[in-house]
Design a protein around this ligand. Structure first.
Ligand SMILES: Nc1ncnc2c1ncn2[C@@H]1O[C@H](COP(=O)(O)OP(=O)(O)OP(=O)(O)O)[C@@H](O)[C@H]1O
Ligand SMILES: [Mg+2]
Length: 191
């Protein structure tokens, strides 16, 4: 496929409670971006914790280390033209701000997207059964139950993933990227 305009790297940083839809939207969005000619890499918290951050736990310090590692790799990729999507809870506002600073210091756009499904919704979904474990005391320090989640105050986009469909959320993400000039219009690809 011929690529028309040059595409620039960026970091699309999803943040939200467990079950808010970070992995779902990442896995749905990545192929759509690839169809439009972007090179895409995904840094999903669950996967990162099996290698890059293996051995880290869920203390504030370990969570911060995990997030700053994700930010570091995202920066390396995005400054070389890759569209990076990160899908980690990233519960602390100050740590997300550090990620933003490191990435934008390279001239790379950083788009924070808050997946704002309520705790009640996420817990009712309980996709992985983790909320039940946390409520039963078998998973201490679980975000939203007995560990904080600090919602972004001024994210580039907020999606109510408790109410919206996946398709509606995807459409809003595509609009965000197109609006910032980070995604060529579908008609331009391969033209
Ligand atoms: N608009 C939406 N966007 C994303 N997910 C949605 C939406 N509406 C409903 N869902 C559902 O919500 C669930 C989200 O689970 P998912 O595993 O993606 O969450 P997560 O944020 O990656 O959680 P974790 O932090 O535990 O990895 C899925 O079952 C998905 O089908
Ligand atoms: Mg996930």
């Amino acid at each position: 496929m011929m690529m028309t305009g040059q595409t620039h790297g960026f970091v699309l940083w999803f943040t939200g409670l467990s079950g808010s839809g970070k992995s779902t939207l990442t896995n749905a969005l990545a192929p759509l971006l690839r169809e439009r000619g972007l090179r895409v890499e995904v840094l999903d918290g669950d996967e990162v914790r099996t290698h890059l951050s293996k051995g880290l736990g869920f203390s504030r310090e370990d969570r911060d280390t995990n997030i700053l590692r994700i930010a570091y790799v995202a920066k390396l990729l995005a400054r070389n033209g890759v569209a990076v999507i990160t899908a980690a809870i990233s519960p602390y506002r100050a740590t997300r701000e550090r990620a933003r600073e490191q990435i934008t210091a390279e001239g790379v756009p950083f788009l924070e997207v808050h997946l704002a499904a309520s705790l009640e919704t996420c817990e009712a979904r309980d996709v992985k059964g983790l909320y039940a474990e946390a409520r039963a005391g078998r998973r201490p320090g679980f975000t939203g139950i007995d560990d904080p989640y600090e919602p972004p105050e001024a994210p580039e986009l907020r999606l109510d993933t408790g109410v919206q469909s996946v398709e509606e959320s995807l459409a809003a993400l595509i609009r965000l990227l197109e609006g910032r000039g980070l995604l060529p219009a579908a008609s331009e690809v391969g033209a």
